[in-house]
Design a protein around this ligand. Sequence first.
Ligand SMILES: [Zn+2]
Ligand SMILES: [Zn+2]
Length: 331
Amino acid sequence: MLLPSVLSTPPQLTLAAGDPIDLHLHTLASDGFWTPSGLIDHLAGGGFKVAAVCDHDTQRSVTEATRLGAERGIRVIPGVEMTCGWRERQWHVLIYGIGPERDDADSAAFRACLADIDQALQELADDAKRRIEDSGRALPSLEEFRAGRPLWPFHVLSTAIKENHVKNLKEAAELVVALGGRFTTDLPLARVVDAAHQAGGVAVMAHPGRADAVGIVTAADFDEMAAEGIEIDGLEGHYRSYTDAQTTFYRQMAEERGMVISCGSDSHAPNLPVNPRPWRAEWAEQLLSRFGIAVVHPDDTPVWQEGTDPLVAPPETATAPEAAATVGATS
Ligand SMILES: [Zn+2]
Ligand SMILES: [Zn+2]
């Protein structure tokens, strides 16, 4: 796809095959706790060359992370993890390559997606707050936790935990539902993907092999989306919870469909549930090439081989639920 001419093109970057990248990171703009500066400091300490800040449904940290990254030699690809709805369930779709500074006509539809879901989340949060307080459960520390951010359900749920009304995010979400409210919303998948493409963005299905959160994504799902004209450009072929066998499976699924492959830790904070992971740049070569980033690797070795990811999940833990208290309801 041709990128709109209005896109400012950052200088060409060339990486070695094993240069560390992480293309799925959260901050305090959504349900994470990394500040942009804390995240960039951590990435710089680990020698990361490319990172993507992909908060849920907002790009509020992207500008600062991009600026701080540039100062430290880290290329930050603008991203966002959009909460989408299709066939009665939610799907997390990473949209890469649309900067928050865009104000051109090609990006208008995507900017409307971001504005609409932000407004819907703020309305749900106001409603959930009122329902919890009306039920006799006070939330006096809400403003402190919110810390000047637009009020989202995550802040209300987290404060309910802090005030000892519930034990974890799952219970907090269940409380809101029991009181007649909702804690999550989404936009139609086709709307988000079409708007992203209009703006020159790349749509990548997040964590297709993760059974918790929004659930597994199958080959049939991708085929049925394509049959409806929903063109998902890629999938997260490397993810913090995958075994080597899963990575091989999802890489093959992508390659059979001409999809690009992304690599993401889904880190939300230091060690929550993991730190950023130093994925090898060559594993996401086609995706990086969409952003003017080239990867040089030896011709005589395959890009991916099982046994080459030192931080891979061991097979025996692969089917265990993810650490419970992580980011629960919204991750
Ligand atoms: Zn995520
Ligand atoms: Zn997700």
